[in-house]
Design a protein around this ligand. Structure first.
Ligand SMILES: [Zn+2]
Length: 239
């Protein structure tokens, strides 16, 4: 296997398949660059895994569900007798299970549906995430091309960087992240000696009309922010 074949394998491999084919393993042993790409790819995977890590049900919600069900169940039981009673109990149990199931799944899989209702919401979320100060990077500027194709694969939309030269930004590096509940690409950029954040997310995450190229600039929480849409994706910068 040569580097080209290795890159092809890396970008097309099944992320659920943990076994590395022997020829890919052999190539990594002799090629530090491909080995480092593989490690970065794995870090991206872990980033996704933690973004989507199952969360426990909010505190008390199970109790609240059973209490309201007990109340309904009691009303229901007052109307039935004998054999019907066990069927009713089974019915109530099934309803409880379905509600918990539904809560679980709306919690896990709500991300692909639009999450942002307006520009202010994106601005606030981006500024909040920026101010948390997590500048962890799983790749640096020199690896941008490989990283972009990996991010594209992970995020399911073609991640295109804005014209950084035109904006006067210097790219430092980036990682996979989430802006609020939406998976996004995150880049650390520098401008005029200041370190800023650039978030890129799919346009499907916004639930309002936004024209390509239109810019929304404001200052929130002491940060200068800019949101715009281009190439079918939404960009947010925070300095
Ligand atoms: Zn190689």
């Amino acid at each position: 296997m040569d580097c080209k074949k290795f890159h092809y394998w890396l970008t097309t491999r099944d992320i659920h398949q943990k076994l590395i084919p022997p020829d890919a393993k052999d190539h990594m042993t002799g090629c530090p660059e491909c080995r480092s790409l593989f490690i970065k790819d794995d870090i991206l995977e872990k980033g996704i895994a933690s973004t989507y890590a199952p969360e426990d049900l909010p505190r008390g919600i199970e109790e609240r569900i059973s209490i309201s069900l007990d109340h309904d169940r009691q009303n229901f039981l007052n109307q039935v007798t004998g054999k019907k009673r066990s069927a009713a109990l089974a019915g109530a149990g099934l309803v409880a299970a379905l509600i918990i199931f539904a809560l679980f799944f709306t919690n896990f899989y709500s991300s692909p549906t639009p999450a942002f209702k307006d520009l202010n919401q994106i601005t606030l979320q981006a500024a909040t995430d920026h101010l948390k100060g997590n500048r962890y990077m799983s790749f640096d500027a020199r690896e941008t091309q490989a990283a972009l194709s990996m991010l594209t694969k992970k995020l399911g939309f073609k991640v295109i960087l804005p014209d950084l030269g035109y904006l006067g930004y210097t790219l430092v590096g980036g990682r996979l992240c989430a802006i609020g509940k939406c998976r996004a690409a995150y880049f650390v950029v520098e401008h005029d000696g200041k370190t800023g954040s650039l978030f890129i997310m799919d346009k499907n995450f916004i639930d309002f009309p936004m024209a390509d190229g239109s810019r929304f600039t404001t200052n929130v929480k002491g940060c200068d922010t800019c949101i715009w849409k281009d190439h079918g994706q939404v960009y947010a910068t925070v300095f």
